[in-house]
Design a protein around this ligand. Structure first.
Ligand code: ATP
Ligand code: MN
Length: 471
């Protein structure tokens, strides 16, 4: 907002009315301009302003105020404005305005997502979202990475990360057909079938194999019908790719990067974090002591001050197999043995119950990972690394990339990845190949962790999920 340093000066502020209370002599207006969680109290002496004007100052209205900034007598705020001029810029019908001055459920606020920015909680979340985006660029810029824009429309359907949304200009009622009766994408806009990207990695690798260190930061799209609190159909991903980095370098970078972002939040977003923390504490107060989660700011500091636990998939499966919930059949997906894909419940057990800190798992079975991951000498595992966080499960997925041409092609054939259409990708392995690595961090998963919010729909302004593309 302004303000410290301006006490006893004339100030002007425009914002939206959160609440108004008072009597015939004086009205108190809580005004918020969106710049911070703190609303400023405007004191309106009713002798100065016509009643007709003050009636239009309702929750939701846009108002401009000029007046003297004074040290406040009231508790809980340091300054207030003694209004000398007050103008209603835009009225708001208090009967119809959906955001009432009371606590709304997050579910309700999702239905009015176009207005939920006006609440304290979403103001806090989206200011933190901005700060994290800024910190991501700052981190990479400070560390010699180049921001590379990889395409959102792609013709390769083998990025290996999930179901894709088709991009086409063909008439769905009457698409052109080829001689076999199949849709003839040669006549489509790009002359071939295209989709929205599920990851910028493959193109990112091409950039890294010339610029050294690059990162992408953009939207990705997955047409999977996963209606969970951790999946969006459109989400933002950060994908660094580094030439000459092996798996260990990759892990070190990812850990340093995540800690930098958390530290940045603690240093720059404390007011918003305190608000979110208090809200969470309030929600948890009815829970039993042992079911309560760690206080938000304490949790962020805790992650900063402890090294992430690093172990192999094989070691993790042993722990899970012998774990209490597995033996007592408490897992929805029992851990039967080596080779099973780990579910979110397993990841969270390792992080929250067993190690009580973030975990980096490496050396996954090649069968459950993508074709481009570096094949380990054992012939069974790949140099993958997933980072698992409390409350989230997987927050980062990455690997050392297979840089040997013959091994990569052999693996692609085994996995039915069309080698022909991927010659551009393989060329980096033909001309000056080198060890290289990278990872993908889901931006909204990071925000879930930093804000403590429980549903990924509440950390992106306008969530896209199955059967929902509102606003
Ligand atoms: P999950 O197993 O949790 O579905 P994934 O293994 O399919 O994730 P990757 O392909 O490894 O995900 O993507 C890299 C990162 O992107 C993940 O670690 C996660 O942080 C994020 N991510 C993946 N899918 C989604 C999604 N649908 N919505 C939001 N973030 C996602
Ligand atoms: Mn993954």
């Amino acid at each position: 907002m302004l303000l410290a340093g301006n006490v006893d000066r004339e100030v002007e502020i425009s914002g939206w009315v959160r609440t108004k209370r008072g009597n015939k002599q004086v009205n108190f207006i809580a005004l918020n301009d969106g710049s911070t969680i703190h609303s400023i109290q405007v004191v309106a002496d009713m002798a100065l302003f016509p009643e007709e004007l003050m009636r239009r100052v309702t929750t939701g209205a846009a108002v401009r105020v000029k007046g003297l900034l004074t040290a406040s007598a009231g508790s809980g705020q340091t300054c207030e404005i003694q209004a000398r001029e007050l103008e209603v810029l835009g009225e708001s019908d208090p009967e119809k305005f959906p955001i009432q001055p009371k606590k709304h459920s997050l579910e309700f606020l999702r239905e009015v997502a176009h207005l939920r920015f006006r609440t304290n909680i979403f103001g806090a979340v989206f200011r933190i979202r901005h700060a994290m985006a800024f910190a991501i660029h700052q981190y990479f810029n400070e560390h010699g990475f180049f921001y590379l824009h990889t395409p959102l429309i792609t013709a390769s359907d083998c990025e290996g990360a999930g179901e894709m949304f088709r991009v086409t200009t063909l008439d769905p009622q009457n698409p052109p057909l080829d001689e076999n009766g199949a849709v003839d994408y040669k006549q489509d806009f790009f002359g071939k079938a295209t989709s929205l990207t599920v990851s910028g990695q493959l193109e990112g690798e091409l950039g890294a194999m010339a610029l050294g260190k690059i990162y992408t930061f953009g939207p990705t799209f997955r047409a999977e019908n996963s209606n969970t609190t951790r999946h969006l159909s459109e989400f933002w991903m950060i994908e660094p790719e580094m030439a000459f980095y092996d798996l260990k370098d990759n892990m070190d970078l990812a850990e340093d990067f995540l800690k930098y972002l958390i530290r940045y939040a603690l240093e720059h977003c404390m007011d918003d974090l305190k608000f979110l923390s208090a809200r969470l504490q309030e929600e948890e107060k009815d829970k039993k002591e042992e079911e309560r989660s760690m206080e938000l700011i304490e949790k962020l500091n805790f992650v900063l001050s402890n090294p992430f636990e690093r172990l192999t998939y094989t070691e993790a499966v042993e722990i899970l197999k012998n774990s209490k919930p597995n033996k007592n059949n408490k897992f929805q997906y029992p851990v039967t043995g080596w080779g099973v894909d780990l579910q979110s419940e397993h990841e969270r057990y390792l992080v929250e119950k067993h190690f009580k800190r973030p975990v980096i798992l490496t050396g996954y079975p090649k069968e459950i990972k993508a074709f481009y991951m570096k094949q380990n000498p054992d012939g069974k595992t790949v140099a993958a690394m997933d980072i698992l966080f409390p409350q989230i499960g997987e927050i980062v997925g990455g690997s050392q990339r297979e840089e040997e041409y013959d091994k990569l092609v052999a693996r692609m054939k085994e996995m039915d990845v069309p080698v022909g259409g991927m010659s551009w990708y393989l060329d980096t392995r033909r001309f000056g190949s080198a060890v290289h690595s990278g990872f993908g961090l889901g931006f909204e998963r990071l925000l879930l962790f930093v804000t403590g919010m429980g549903n990924i729909r509440d950390v992106i302004p306008f969530p896209r999920t199955p059967k929902n593309a509102e606003f």
